[in-house]
Design a protein around this ligand. Structure first.
Ligand SMILES: [Zn+2]
Length: 213
């Protein structure tokens, strides 16, 4: 815990450390080596379309969506498919090089895909917790990130219908992670310097063996 910049008493409590969750890479997904060749090929193809660290687009702030048309709905569907193929739990349009404020996520296997456009966090709990996150744009990186445990977010769906979501735990974490992407922010910005160095090293190693990323 000494690595944390702002240690909080609740981090001592076991329930606030759900180490088994992982953002953008399903925690219960089988190891890459165990995937059947077809799933693995689909995953590799999907990952190739995701912008990776070093691409300046990941540092840009996305603009609000103004037109809710069929094209947007199609884009949302494609993002959902790509996320699924990549075995991810969340994806922001930024990660595909599209700089508008749209994200998709599916925190749990049985959930429906949620499409969230122009999200605004209305409220986030002061209670925060630390858990491991991965990121499709940062191959090989798994870092401990502190986030609000629960939040309320307002936005629109792909058709422009107003949406209000109250989320906690993994769902709240994924939403915060994806909104960060829309603001040009990465998990690397939310961790201490030493952890960042280790993450950079992990990324370099993953680049040498791309399919194990
Ligand atoms: Zn990410």
């Amino acid at each position: 815990m000494s690595e944390q910049q702002t240690p909080r008493p609740e981090d001592e409590e076991p329930h606030s450390r759900p180490d088994d969750v992982e953002v953008e890479a399903e925690g219960d997904a089988p190891a890459v080596e165990e995937l059947d060749p077809e799933t693995r090929a689909r995953r590799d193809a999907a990952l190739r379309r995701v912008r990776k660290f070093g691409d300046p687009v990941l540092r840009a702030v996305a603009l609000p969506v103004e037109r809710f048309d069929e094209r947007l709905q199609r884009e949302a569907e494609q993002m959902g498919e790509l996320m699924h193929d990549a075995l991810g739990v969340g994806l922001a349009a930024t990660q595909l090089g599209v700089l508008h404020r749209m994200l998709v996520y599916k925190a749990y296997v049985d959930d429906e895909l949620t499409v969230l456009v122009n999200p605004e966090i209305e409220w986030a709990s002061e209670e925060r917790e630390v858990a491991e996150e991965g990121c499709l744009s940062l191959p090989g990186v798994h870092v401990e990130v502190e986030r609000s445990v629960s939040l309320r977010v307002r936005g629109r769906d792909a058709r422009g219908e107003p949406l209000q979501i109250e989320a906690e735990g993994l769902e709240a974490r994924v939403i915060q992670h994806e909104i960060d992407h829309l603001d040009g922010r990465l998990v690397l910005d939310r961790i201490p310097k030493q952890a960042r160095k280790e993450a950079m090293r992990a990324m370099r190693e993953a680049q040498r063996t791309p399919s194990a990323a």
